[in-house]
Design a protein around this ligand. Structure first.
Ligand SMILES: Nc1ncnc2c1ncn2[C@@H]1O[C@H](COP(=O)(O)OP(=O)(O)OP(=O)(O)O)[C@@H](O)[C@H]1O
Ligand SMILES: O=C(O)[C@H](O)[C@@H](O)[C@H](O)[C@H](O)CO
Length: 159
């Protein structure tokens, strides 16, 4: 799971990571009910209730493993739901400042997410705890370096 706030590079890194690992890639935004996308597009942050069916669908989709998914997974409770689908889920948190995230989201054309929502993403972001399986990586590094760092920290028995 490639996680983090809007604009951190989840889709960019997720695709590159999947290619390097020879695994399929899935975009969690594709699991949002249309109402969630409409809400975000209108500048309103999602609530826990909005995210519940979305997280349940993603959790179900990772049951068999063998896939790279980009999913914001901002709160630990959300990651708990995802781990409920697959306890071996490994999280790569792309870490960056609110300023850089805002600049990236503002500079991106054709995406539903307005940059005004970036602050709300940081407001609820809970970084990985020491007991959570995953790694935080500087999201401003070149993509291939992020991918290499993520792979170097993945448990090898999972391939
Ligand atoms: N490592 C990087 N260095 C420089 N720019 C990057 C990097 N990763 C992503 N970007 C750029 O930042 C912008 C946001 O990236 P991307 O769409 O992958 O983020 P995201 O986390 O998937 O966003 P969202 O969740 O809002 O869809 C894009 O313009 C992308 O090209
Ligand atoms: O939990 C959330 O609020 C959402 O998943 C957002 O993070 C966006 O869908 C994504 O980042 C696209 O910009």
């Amino acid at each position: 799971m490639v996680m983090g706030v809007a604009g951190c590079g989840k889709s960019t890194v997720g695709r590159a990571l999947a290619e390097r690992l020879g695994l399929p890639y899935a975009e969690a935004d594709a699991f949002h009910p249309p109402a969630n996308v409409t809400k975000m597009h209108g500048g309103v942050p999602l609530t826990d209730a909005d995210r519940a069916p979305w997280l349940a669908a993603i959790a179900d989709s990772i049951k068999d493993g063998g896939v790279v998914v980009s999913c914001s997974a901002l709160k630990r409770a959300y990651r708990d739901v995802l781990r409920g689908g697959n306890p071996e889920a490994f999280f790569v948190h792309l870490v960056l400042t609110p300023e850089t995230a805002t600049a990236r989201v503002s500079g991106r054309a054709g995406h539903f997410m307005p940059s005004t929502l970036v602050a709300s993403q940081f407001a609820i972001l809970e970084p990985l705890g020491p007991d959570e399986d995953g790694v935080g990586v500087d999201a401003t590094l070149p993509v291939d370096e992020i991918v290499a760092k993520a792979i170097s920290r993945m448990p090898t028995h999972r391939g």
